[in-house]
Write a protein that binds this ligand. Structure first.
Ligand SMILES: [Zn+2]
Length: 256
C-alpha cells in the first residue's frame, strides 16, 4: 500500500535519512561483490480473482555499483538512529552466533530478536518497489510501537548452503482474496533473505484469506520462529540447497 512520499514509513515523521538495505555492521560477514555491479531480481505474482489464474512476472536487472551501498530514503533520523539502531544492536550477536555456530539452540528470546529483525528488514526492503509493497500503514505503526512482528506475520529460519543465496533478498508481493478488486496494490508478501549459512523467510497478509495464504507459503523445510513454537537446534537438520531456496522463493501461493 502506498504511503505519501517524503515521510518516514514507520512514524510519518519528516527529515528522512538514507537507510542501508544491508546494515553496515554486516559488511564483514556478508559476501558481496564490492565493485562493479549487483543484481536486482524482482518477481511479482497476482491471482486473478475469481479464476485460478496467476500472473507472474520476473525482472532480472543488473545494476551498477555494489549492492552493499544500496540505500533507501524512507526512514526518519529519530527512527533510524533510535529504535531501529537498537534492533540491529540486539540482533547482531544472534546472527553472528548462528554464523560461527556458537549458538547451538535458538531459544525464545533469540528467535524473537531474529523475527523482529527480519520484519524490519522486510518493511525497509519492500519500499524499494512501492508498486509491489504489501504492508499497510497500520503494520508499519505496529512494528514501530510494539517492537514485534504483527499477528498476521509468520517467520521461518533454516540453515542453507545455496551458492546463489549467500547475500540476497527476494520479495514477492501478491494479491489474494475477494478484496482483490478493491485494492490498488498487493495485500500479501513473502520475503526470503539469505545471509551466508542462514535463510530467513517472512510472510504476511492483510487479505480476506490471510490464514490460507500463510498456510500456503509455509515451507516444509524451514522452522517457524514467529509466532514462537519451541526451541530450535542449530544448524537445522535440513540445510537448504539452491533448488530448495528457488522453490521457496518462487512457489506460487495460489490462494483465493
Ligand atoms: Zn520515523
Amino acid at each position: 500500500m502506498s504511503k505519501p512520499h517524503g515521510v518516514c514509513i514507520f512514524c510519518g515523521g519528516k527529515g528522512l535519512t538514507k537507510e542501508h538495505l544491508w546494515p553496515k555492521w554486516m559488511r564483514p560477514i556478508i559476501v558481496f561483490n564490492t565493485e562493479g555491479e549487483h543484481k536486482r531480481l524482482r518477481t511479482t505474482l497476482k491471482s486473478i480473482w475469481p479464476t485460478s489464474l496467476v500472473e507472474k512476472k520476473t525482472e532480472d536487472k543488473t545494476l551498477q555499483g555494489s549492492g552493499i551501498n544500496w540505500r533507501l530514503r524512507i526512514v526518519c533520523q529519530t527512527c533510524n538512529g533510535g529504535w531501529m539502531s537498537k534492533v540491529e544492536h540486539n540482533t547482531k550477536p544472534v546472527i553472528q552466533g548462528l554464523l560461527d555456530e556458537t549458538i547451538r539452540t535458538l531459544d525464545e528470546e533469540q528467535q524473537a530478536k531474529l523475527a523482529f529483525w527480519a520484519t524490519v528488514r522486510t518493511a525497509v526492503y519492500e519500499r524499494d518497489d512501492p508498486t509491489w509493497a504489501a504492508l499497510t500503514p497500520d503494520e508499519y505503526g505496529y512494528i514501530r510501537s510494539e517492537k514485534k512482528p504483527p499477528a498476521n506475520w509468520r517467520i521461518w529460519i533454516s540453515s542453507q548452503r545455496a551458492a546463489y543465496w549467500q547475500t540476497r533478498f527476494l520479495h514477492c508481493g501478491s494479491v489474494h482474496g475477494n478484496d482483490v478488486t478493491d485494492r490498488k496494490g498487493p495485500n500479501s508478501q513473502k520475503t526470503l533473505l539469505g545471509i551466508n549459512g542462514i535463510a530467513l523467510l517472512a510472510a504476511s497478509s492483510t487479505s480476506s484469506v490471510a490464514d490460507r495464504y500463510l498456510v500456503a507459503v509455509t515451507p516444509r523445510q524451514m522452522k517457524q520462529i514467529w509466532p514462537y513454537i519451541g526451541e530450535i537446534g542449530w544448524p537445522t537438520a535440513q540445510c537448504l540447497s539452491d533448488a530448495d531456496m528457488m522453490q521457496i522463493a518462487y512457489a506460487v501461493p495460489n490462494v483465493r
